[in-house]
Design a protein around this ligand. Structure first.
Ligand code: ATP
Length: 254
């Protein structure tokens, strides 16, 4: 990996680029994943590259949903594996739930490489190599899912996902948690809870929130979920982008 000095003003973003590029070289990430990362980076820039209050509110609701779930599952694609494999494993192990590899551009080799990487990082249960079911409404490879994992989960975390799959999982009656820097994406608008934040910040924040809320009663957690309004949170995220841009413009012109 290129040695990036910590003092570089774009340090975090350069490290993320290195990780995704490395993911492509190692065969976890598809070349299209580079473009998805670029789109995410652009929204992160507009947000000011920090976790905003809208994302904090969504993270609390997401953690509550995961703790209340009977059969939650975490979905991992090539970009997620390249950026936060270790953090996703830590989250899955803290909740004692499975990780399932699911790829838009599926190849059996890539699925195996990602599953091996997750196991290397300490994952207890990795699914996705032997799918035995299909999510209705999606064409073949993307629809593949596993019983005991995403297929019969009641709550699914889908970071960096496309809108169709999010919609199809919601149509199955699942509660879907998205992590997506674009508050206007179809995924963000179709999910039950949308965390508009960089996955690099969002997954550790979620693991911390799960730890913090794990002692709370079901009644408290249910209240948190009931009080959450995803549409309002997405509007807030758009407003946060707007406010940041106005602030930035003022600073630049003064
Ligand atoms: P949709 O179908 O929901 O409109 P899309 O076609 O934009 O999504 P992709 O191109 O697959 O979907 O990209 C996935 C999404 O992931 C994009 O909305 C992008 O902003 C987001 N994204 C990319 N990198 C990151 C990241 N590091 N953290 C959070 N979100 C990211």
């Amino acid at each position: 990996m290129t040695d990036i000095p910590k003092s570089h003003p774009r340090y975090a973003s350069l490290v993320a680029r290195e990780r995704v590029t490395n993911g492509v070289k190692k065969g976890y990430t598809s070349s299209q994943g580079l473009i998805a990362q670029g789109r995410g980076e652009c929204f992160d820039y507009l947000l000011g590259e920090r976790t905003m209050p809208s994302a904090e509110a969504a993270t609390i609701a997401a953690a509550a949903l995961l703790l209340l779930a009977e059969r939650p599952a975490l979905s991992v694609n090539g970009n997620v594996a390249a950026l936060v494999a270790e953090e996703m494993v830590a989250l899955a192990n803290a909740l004692q739930i499975p990780l399932e590899v699911n790829l838009f551009h599926r190849s059996e080799e890539r699925v195996k490489k990602i599953a091996d990487l997750l196991r290397e990082k300490g994952a207890k249960e990795v699914l996705g190599e032997n799918p035995d079911a299909s999510v209705p409404g999606l064409e073949h490879a993307r629809a593949l899912a596993t019983r005991g994992g995403i297929y019969d989960a009641d709550v699914v975390l889908i970071p960096l996902e496309d809108g169709d799959r999010c919609e199809a999982l919601t149509a199955m009656g699942k509660k879907v948690i998205a992590i997506d820097l674009n508050p206007l994406s179809r995924t963000a608008r179709k999910a039950t809870v949308s965390i508009v934040d960089n996955i690099l910040r969002a997954v550790p924040n979620m693991a911390a929130q799960v730890r913090q809320l794990s002692a709370r009663s079901r009644v408290d957690l249910e209240r948190m979920v009931q009080e959450y309004d995803n549409e309002k949170v997405l509007r807030q995220a758009v407003q946060e982008i707007q406010d940041h841009l106005v602030e930035q413009f003022r600073e630049d012109t003064n």
